[in-house]
Design a protein around this ligand. Structure first.
Ligand SMILES: C[S@@+](CC[C@H](N)C(=O)[O-])C[C@H]1O[C@@H](n2cnc3c(N)ncnc32)[C@H](O)[C@@H]1O
Length: 269
């Protein structure tokens, strides 16, 4: 039985774990609070003195206050940088006199590739060749026939796997339109790859002997619960780089690549 039709479930909803929306809200609140705080002091101050608002200094002030608020509310380290630089960078870019249409275009292109980052804190980056080779070895040792890559990017994992293991079936699930379209083109003549435009949270896992995920820390706890609910006993869940919190992997495969990739393998009980 084929696990899925070849492609195009175009109505992928965004039933990601709630963490995404709450993060967006939290970070917007930090930046918004900094803007309101600095402007509510700077505007009256310079207004009463009858001098125009000095935008470079104001932008730096907003960055400093946003950094402080982010520190005080214990945001992850990389958010501190974003908060500190956002307003100054915004001011600097506004000086370049770039027509606004370019920003809209850039935003649309980013969204077409990074929809997962906006909706579920899962950006696009690709498994490297050494990792794909190790994954092939893991699946080869695993007797099962069907494997699924949840968040399959541009099919750069599935294309080599399908050619290395022609007797197995591979499904790729991707919801970013541009990545999905590139993957669709790359897999269109590969008989043992089923390429879907769908939300990974809507992908049923019961038919698969192996599930591969290279996502981010954000969805791992919820994804593991989904795997436990849906995957059959004895099947294999492999996560590249991001361990399931508080669950001991059955095995960790260490890849000898520059980033010392680790594949966390969990056998479903
Ligand atoms: C880190 S990339 C991994 C790509 C590929 N699996 C690989 O290993 O090279 C994660 C991918 O998951 C996709 N993604 C994020 N959220 C998703 C969702 N809810 N449903 C389907 N795909 C999603 C992203 O668009 C991105 O392409």
């Amino acid at each position: 039985m084929r696990p899925d039709k070849h492609t195009h479930d175009t109505d992928a909803s965004d039933a990601a774990p709630p963490v995404a929306a709450s993060t967006l809200f939290r970070q917007s609140a930090v930046q918004g609070a900094a803007v309101i705080l600095v402007l509510s002091l700077a505007w009256p101050y310079f207004g009463l003195r009858g001098t125009p608002l000095p935008w470079p200094e104001t932008a730096l002030g907003i960055g400093a206050v946003a950094l402080l608020l982010a520190r005080l509310s214990r945001q992850p380290a990389w958010w501190l940088w974003i908060h500190a630089l956002f307003a100054p960078a915004g001011w600097a870019v506004s000086r370049l006199d770039i027509p606004p249409g370019w920003f809209l275009l850039g935003f649309i292109v980013l969204l077409l590739f990074f929809r997962g980052a906006a909706s579920g804190r899962i950006p696009l980056y690709l498994s490297n060749a050494a990792t794909v080779e190790a994954l092939g070895d893991i699946f080869r040792q695993n007797k099962g026939l069907r494997f699924v890559d949840l968040g399959a990017g541009i099919a750069s994992t599935l294309v080599p796997l399908a050619s290395a293991l022609p007797d197995r079936q591979f499904t790729g699930v991707e919801n970013a339109p541009a990545s999905w379209a590139i993957g669709r083109i790359r897999t269109r003549r590969i008989a043992n790859v089923f390429w879907r435009h769908a939300n990974l949270w809507d992908q049923a896992l019961a038919d698969y002997d192996g599930v591969y995920a290279f996502l981010s820390p954000a969805p791992m706890a919820a994804l593991w619960q989904k795997a436990l609910r849906e995957m059959k006993p004895g099947s294999l869940f492999v996560s590249n780089s991001f361990a399931v919190p508080d669950v001991s992997p059955t095995e960790i495969v260490e890849i000898n690549d520059t980033r010392q990739t680790q594949l966390y393998c969990y056998r479903i009980p």
